[in-house]
Design a protein around this ligand. Sequence first.
Ligand code: AMP
Ligand code: GLY
Length: 424
Amino acid sequence: MMNILILGAGGREHAFAWKISQSPLCKELFVAPGNSGTSALATNLNVTVTDFEGIKKHVLAYNINMVVVGPEDPLVGGIHDFFISDNQLNHVAVIGPEKAAAQLEGSKEFAKEFLVRHDIPTAAYNSFTKETLEEGYLFLESLDPPYVLKADGLAAGKGVLILSDINEAKNELKSMLVDSKFGEASTKVVIEEFLEGIELSCFVLSDGKNYKLLPTAKDYKRIGEGDKGLNTGGMGAISPVPFADPILLSKIENRIVKPTVDGLVKDNLPYKGFIFIGLIIVDDEPMVIEYNVRMGDPETEAVLPRIKTDLVEIFQAIDSNSLDEIEIKIDEQTAVTVMLVSGGYPEKYEKGKEIIGLEDIQESIIFHAGASNIDGKILTSGGRVLAVTSLGDNFRSALKQSYKSIDNIRFESMNYRTDIGFDL
Ligand code: AMP
Ligand code: GLY
């Protein structure tokens, strides 16, 4: 039996709490800082995910044996290393890679160098700094449009620009490098070849040597129907991805997943945690567009409900380097998640709207994202508010169920996409 702490506050962390709280191996569950959803299943702790000293205090006070890290910030900031190097904390299992390995998400250039070094298919690229701006312009001229510009560092999902006009691309490159458009994150910029194809994400668990594949998923990032409009954190997800047939899956495993995990070992990058590999399928061949060192949100809300195996047992196997000894059982059903967001998101939106109708939902799982429990009322507190997940024999029947459940939920200016899965 273990006391477990989940770091984070979104739908992903509510999904983790939902799954972990079902485990007979979990004694007490904590979430920091959590939300109204996690507070119904666990004790929320008032500490932010990057306050390592604050987290340490709570870990010691509550005898926490395992920390599951939701978002990338604390991983890139070295939370796993912080635990290892502290005498009072080094017995605690941390699910999430060490700092050196978290650079796969923390630096796009690091990720590209890793991909090239290990011969993993990815778009051709070059990286530039303020000092090499002119070379950057020349490189852009050597490419065909559209142009893909990526801020090297963490930019809260906003650091990738895709531009069709060469002059606009040059201006943006300058604004990133010279005018610090994304602050520190755009001190370096990766420019890469545009890949045309359909996207999906694959999720992998690693104990540093062995790996297990988790279900694939696809997310819908744009705010508008038909994948139009601004990028968001994610408006919906489907797992599994219907077009990921066994042939494609075996290519993904052999050409991408295996070389990635082997590459981590060769490069001495300690990795105990989730690897989220963003892929584009070009002429039936998978190519990597990004690594994330955590689970996706809202992909987690569609992937975890399909995992039948006890998640704590899986995490213990990661901690004890024995992932090869367990079998992860997956539900054959399709899971579909639809996000309900605040009107105006991803731009300006209001908070504090009361959410009504949640208690009537039986056939879907509701994961809270930007929602808080204030004096017994559930109020909106973020852009992405709730994730509505349903399971079905196929994505259409699962979707139908999610939309039926959504009909019962209300808050002022509630918005969602009615076309999740439209492209499949
Ligand atoms: P990232 O933050 O790296 O996932 O990039 C955000 C989005 O930009 C991805 O989900 C893709 O839709 C798109 N993207 C990134 N790299 C490329 C590329 N080389 N070619 C085409 N689209 C890309
Ligand atoms: N849904 C995309 C992400 O979590 O980065």
